[in-house]
Write a protein that binds this ligand. Structure first.
Ligand code: UDP
Ligand code: MG
Length: 326
């Protein structure tokens, strides 16, 4: 076996039917390729038997470490918990449902070890089976994100291998609401991509509700760009120019004695300006809510139980949050 250690980080939420099979498959593949690994499973407050199955798998899979959250904090928080506790020379993040093909892991490790890539990203060759509406929303979200932040994440997935250096840089980022894919794109480093076909889920269904996806999208955009706030200024300028033109026209009509009852104009203006003001207030409100969330400095998640983790590692949370000590 090679001397280097790869931490396999798996966020798990209500995957009782799937998790044991996934672990055995990934472990078998890694053994065959001679990759030295540790598993860090994060049970994101599952309501089914997931935690029991993880603790039982402990006897079959040596080097299995796990954390259980006190409730469902979301996949982003689960990834944080895993990355904060990883000891490996590299971390590999993979879903619990085998939709990320573990067969790619040896190649990802090779690119890291032999070719010196610090980030190896598996990108979706296609988006797998999705409804038309889901696909449309996803495509629009990535377009908007790219337009606002310049970060292109279309096809990106959370299936990534990160060198310990990248993980250290990631740990320096203290925000409470994290967007893993965006943060990895932001830190830079030498990266390679390998395409993969998104597999079908064999058990259960996707754990992302539409509301969760919308929250993730809003968080991603507001985390990486303050451009929406400039939209407010832009709209203000457009309406100011419009009001000068309209004002001049109104005054001209008035003084030349041909002013008609301009009800339509008034109503239209009311509606347009009212609508724009509401949208702008909403955008500002979203950012203020974000600042409020961050300033509270609450932990990103709360751990209720651990498996094979020492006390210090078990309670490690919010690494890198600087403002709390100021
Ligand atoms: N997951 C999680 N917390 C959540 C939702 C999902 O830890 O609140 C995990 C889930 O167990 C899986 C991964 O994140 O390992 C991806 O979730 P899912 O397969 O439901 O998402 P999709 O493949 O549909 O994007
Ligand atoms: Mg999935």
């Amino acid at each position: 076996m090679d001397k280097f250690l790869v931490s396999i980080i798996i966020p798990v939420y209500n995957e009782a039917q799937q998790i044991r099979e996934s672990l055995l498959k990934i472990d078998g593949l890694l053994k065959k390729s001679g990759i030295n690994r540790e598993f860090i499973l994060v049970d994101d407050g599952s309501r089914d038997d997931t935690w029991r199955i993880i603790t039982e798998a402990n006897s079959e899979i040596p080097g299995l470490r796990a954390i259980r959250f006190s409730r469902n904090f979301g996949k982003e928080a689960a990834l944080c918990a895993g990355l904060e506790r990883a000891n490996g020379d590299a971390c590999l993040i993979i879903d619990a449902d085998l939709q990320h093909p573990p067969e790619l892991i040896p190649e990802m490790v090779r690119l890291w070890r032999e070719e010196g890539f610090e980030i190896v990203e598996a990108v979706k060759a296609s988006r797998g089976k999705e409804s038309f509406l889901h696909k449309l929303c996803a495509v629009s979200f990535y377009r908007i994100l790219r337009m606002f932040s310049g970060i292109d994440l279309d096809k990106a997935s959370d299936f990534k291998l990160l060198d310990a250096k990248v993980v250290a840089a990631w740990r320096e980022m203290g925000e409470r609401n994290t967007f893993f894919r965006g943060m990895v794109a932001w830190v830079g480093f030498k990266s390679a991509v390998i395409p993969f076909e998104v597999g079908q889920r064999t058990h259960g269904s996707s754990k992302w509700s539409n509301l969760k996806l919308i929250k993730l999208a809003v968080n991603a955009i507001t985390s990486f760009s303050s451009l929406p706030l400039q939209v407010v200024t832009f709209l203000g300028v457009v309406f100011f120019i419009g009001s000068i033109i309209l004002g001049a026209q109104t005054l001209y009509m008035k003084f030349s004695g041909i002013a008609v009852s301009g009800f339509t104009t008034v109503i239209l203006l009311q509606l347009i300006i009212g609508g724009c003001l509401m949208i702008c207030l909403g955008i500002i409100g979203t950012y203020i809510a974000k600042i409020f969330d961050e300033v509270k400095g609450r932990p990103r998640y709360i751990v209720s139980e651990t498996l094979n983790l020492n006390q210090e590692a078990a309670s490690r949370s919010n690494a890198g949050v600087k403002y709390r000590t100021v």
